[in-house]
Write a protein that binds this ligand. Structure first.
Ligand SMILES: *Cc1c(COP(=O)(O)O)cnc(C)c1O
Length: 395
């Protein structure tokens, strides 16, 4: 590396630090869970996507260990060469039956699933219509396709309809949205989106990464919550959040579409098979979810409880009905300061700032889990209130 580049990079990284935009990774010295050890201290964790509290669940760990004993550590192959085991087909079937779809294709991550979603299906003569707040992996997936790109203001159905009218000439059209928006915690207006898609003959794809497993009356996500099962053509989701939290993702939907991805999706054709341990663990998660409704109910109860207490304490929250509670701070540096003062109080949360959220909308994203107790929630609200008062964020 020459000196000029070294100087440029140093200056750039320093400028991030000055603006409060530099992301420090804190080291966890324990397994993931409601209570974790950070820099030697036990803290309550309110920033994991561990919605069902399954990340450290013994049943999942043991299922993963059994899968490893039975099927080995890894496949050293992509799926179509010699990387498909009975276990992978079992997981695909289990996901299809959980999500009530025809077929499912596994990926190493949902990021990869979204990288695969568009390019095989949509070319120059087609259009992709995307919510402006969609996840980075959707945006990157869209970039990989040659289709025309149209955006609508967040959840603005009038603009979505306008985009559908503008793109009447396209051969195929696909509307794509997050099911739950990860930074605000709100749910997409899927019923209206499906109505519009049917009226204008467009396909619908929903990325339900922040919903699968805990939202909806059986944990089938925003699609179930909004009552649009059978009306969404493609679902992408992750196993790296509520469903055990290891890694892996999928696309689920019509058989023909899934077949197309098996033939043409580059992150599937050119990337290694999901490890057996993750398949075994995720199968166990689906097994637990099909017989136990309590976890999911507890997640939602905890989220509502926290939200009510924080509102009463005077915090500015983005309204939502999920386990994501966005506590608005607006100022980037203040959000970082609030999070680091909360950590000293034993509450682990993270301040989110640009480029993860738009400039001037910095926030603390609190994520509730089924594993949190009422006492945990009370402690978190009390810490927010103490620090919030000291910083002049609430009275
Ligand atoms: C987390 C997330 C992803 C990425 O999932 P991974 O499996 O971790 O790659 C994709 N889309 C959305 C909406 C997400 O929230």
């Amino acid at each position: 590396m020459n000196e000029t580049l070294q100087k440029e990079l140093t200056e750039f990284l320093e400028s991030l630090k000055k603006e409060g935009l530099y992301k420090e990774e804190r080291i966890i010295q324990s397994p993931q869970g409601r209570e974790i050890t950070v820099t030697g201290e036990p803290v309550l964790n309110f920033c994991a996507n561990n919605y069902l509290g399954l990340s450290g669940d013994r049943r999942i760990i043991e299922a993963a260990q059994r899968a490893m004993d039975e099927w080995g550590y890894g496949l050293s192959s992509v799926r179509f060469i010699c990387g498909t085991q009975t276990l992978h087909k079992q997981l695909e079937q289990a996901i299809s039956s959980f999500l009530k779809t025809e077929d499912t294709i596994l990926f190493s991550s949902c990021f990869d699933a979204n990288a695969a979603l568009f390019e095989p299906l949509l070319g120059q003569e087609d259009a992709i219509i995307s919510d402006e707040l969609n996840h980075a992996s959707i945006i990157d997936g869209v970039r990989l396709s040659k289709a025309k790109r149209l955006r609508y203001r967040h959840s603005d159905m009038g603009e979505l309809e306008a985009r559908l009218k503008e793109s009447q000439e396209s051969r195929r059209r696909l509307i794509v949205t997050d099911g739950v928006f990860s930074m605000d915690g709100d749910v997409a207006k899927l019923s209206q989106i499906c109505d519009l898609a049917e009226r204008y003959d467009a396909l619908v794809a929903v990325d339900d990464s922040h919903a699968t497993g805990y939202l909806g009356s059986h944990g089938r996500g925003s699609i179930e919550l909004c009552g649009v099962e059978g009306r969404v053509d493609l679902i992408t989701t992750t196993f790296g959040k509520a469903c055990g939290g290891a890694s892996g993702g999928c696309i689920s939907g019509h058989k023909l579409l899934i077949d197309l991805y098996r033939q043409r999706a580059r992150p599937y054709l050119f990337s290694n098979t999901l490890a057996p341990a993750i398949c075994g663990g995720t199968l166990k998660v689906l097994d637990i979810l099909s017989s136990d409704d309590e976890l999911r109910k507890q997640t939602m109860k905890n989220a509502r409880h926290f939200r009510t207490l924080m509102q009463d304490a005077g915090f500015d929250l983005i309204p939502a009905e999920t386990a994501i509670v966005a506590v608005m701070v607006y100022d980037e540096a203040k959000a970082v300061e609030l999070a680091s003062r909360l950590l000293k109080e034993g509450i682990y949360v993270i301040g989110f700032s640009y480029p993860v959220v738009p400039k001037g909308t910095a926030r603390i994203r609190v994520q509730l889990s089924a594993s949190h107790t009422d006492a945990d929630i009370a402690r978190a609200v009390s810490a927010f209130t103490t620090v919030g008062k000291a910083m002049g964020l609430v009275n």
